[in-house]
Design a protein around this ligand. Sequence first.
Ligand SMILES: [Zn+2]
Ligand SMILES: [Zn+2]
Length: 803
Amino acid sequence: MSEHSETGAEPISVDVVVDVPSADVDQAYTYRTNGVRPTLGTRVRVPFGGRLVSGWVVRTGATAAADAGASELKPIHGIESTTAQFGPDAVRLAMWLRRRYACTFREALATVAPRLLAGSERTVYTFAQVPAPADRLAQALHRTFDGQPFGALAATRAATRARLGLTGGKLRSALARLAQRGVLHRAVAGTKRAPKASRRPQFAVLVDSAAAKGSVQRRLAVALADNAGRLPVAQARRIAGASAQALRRAERAGVLRLEAATLLDASAGRGRPEQFTPTREQREAIETIDVLSREGGATVLLHGITGSGKTFVYSRLVDRVRSRGGKAIVLVPEISLTPQTVARFNAVFGSKVGVMHSGLSEGDRVRVWEDAAAGVLDVVVGARSAVFAPLPGLRLIVVDEEHEPSYKQDAAPRYDAAVVARERMRQAGGCTILGSATPSLETYHEALTGAIRYVPLRERATSAPLPPVQIIDMTQHRPPAGRAIGPALLAAMERTLARGEKALLFVNRRGYAGLLLCRACGFAPRCRRCSVSLVLHAADASLRCHICGDAFRAATNCPRCGSPELLPYGFGTQRVEAEIAELLPAARIVRMDSDTTGARGAHGRLLASFGEDANVLIGTQMIAKGLDFPTVTVVGVVAADLDLNRPDFRAAERTFGLLAQVAGRAGRAAPGSAVFVQTHSPHHFAIERAAQHDYERFAAKELSLRRELQYPPFGRLAYVGVAGIDAAHVARGAAQLADSLRGVKDVETLGPAPDPLPKARGEHRMRVALKSQSEDALLEASALARAESRRVDLRITVTVDPR
Ligand SMILES: [Zn+2]
Ligand SMILES: [Zn+2]
């Protein structure tokens, strides 16, 4: 092919990140271009450690003058795909991501430009060596394609031109033979045509790491464990290098199980445009933020109480940005839980909106991604990963419910979408809006100190007052034995139903009972792979582990002492449902938890039936968010203290946030609504302040406690997780790791201690906590922990700024 390097204007070296999933090769390597001219973001083949591997070009542009030593470099072998998979912005963001969250360059790139690992690929060949003169086909192809990638179709054309008379199938097998002999290199490359969308993507879910036999099953177990126990089947196979049969063998061996994704109802995304006149306060917020967004680079906390119309403010601001030719991303904690927010954006922006969520097949995901990159979409609405949507001219990112923990990714890179949003807007000179009724204390502290702008919305748009909250002290007003609902809440529900209004009950656990407990000897069945009790499910009288999903038939007698008093203890949604059905004959109940919303469209159907003829909605977290039913006049929280007792410095913040959210579901338009909070800790400040709807005083107290203990926002945290099959090995490895981390200056190393979930899916888990005042020191320690993982054969995870 043509040689232009002597002109001096051609880039003569490029930096390449190799596609080798190992922490040992975590850097970009420089290669000589050797006549081929790959552009940024294309896939190339390079010599690496004595073999040829694929990689992505992450830097080009150095010319002969700037790159004097280029002749010493190894040359690139060839180009695999000429379609750029990402641009310079993505490379900048990936570099930032890698440092900030202690991940590898490859992990960062695959996150920023997820098509890198997507399945939308076709087979492409390049020459790995000069073919033997006797092989006519290879000679003909070499003359046509030397140094360039080609597909089977192009090869057929070349063969026809050379009058070799080979067609379709025969040619394909000839190519495969050449590849086998090492003459051709075979690779898959991106194609513009997205694969056909499958209706239900399948996921592989890790059940038991310890059951893995042989290296393939072990690789599958590690790949899944690294990704919070769950991956799309295609991705799990690719990472572990496992065949479809190997996957099925692993399923039979009990290492994993296959399940279909939960898909949300397509109708959840439709809605009518709302005619709305902004209140004075909303108008001021819109103008203030609009000015900031035109200046660029600003971050705003939009602190609006429930019902103050934050979504309306967002949509007006997105519209302003759009009118100036800019694009916007709107992040929501989970699409299926905020159907009304999505519906509003769909109604206002129509076909210019792309919606991204976890129920999309890989093909659909690629399509939204490509439409975004092509400039077809103006707005992308989605959960966490939509923060990377490649919109050209992106000027605004809205992070709704910014305090939600689901913005933190629980697989490497363990990024926080709200933090990524701010970095993206800093690099692009755009604006980030963090919206919440109960901001995270880190964000609120930044607003108090003036590091970011504070824009409050203090009035409810409907002018209905916030409902009164009654705290019920369950130590004083105990319900009858075996019951969850106390007399006050029950009476209020009865009155509400008699008036033809609706009630909502929040229960923080699904299933029937928290556990089965033998009243004679205290035995409670636990999962043998995970350190949790098994949860009783009534429908099929099964005991299920909520971590690994394992299920057993529930015994009637205690397996330890034989007593028949093996009885339910604690309350789940199913038990509360049964209790209400028994005590309130007028109740027409809808139950919403992940057991009832698994089927396609179930979520939308359940919500619709509650909106129409049902009158009691019982559910978990998923009913706390974003739902808006004006006729709900009683809201009950069955047990407010469950979250308060978690071993987490955010326990109070979470409890306050959840109570405020649940309380906000009541009486959004109706007078006389009430909220009942049943608790065993009626005087805890998180519960008292939530009952008074007093975020400011809650935050003041909680911030002073955090300051004392140097917890965020007054110090930075990172968790280093150490996991493995053998408990003693894990303990030793964690102790060694902690010792080496103690050497880092300005970082306090705590532990190792057992993880809050000390055993999961067959793996034992320890945790080392790192605390520091200095970001640099914390990142240095995190990088060191990451590097240590190469020396010990344990699974090490680093979580910077855990949520
Ligand atoms: Zn017993
Ligand atoms: Zn389990």
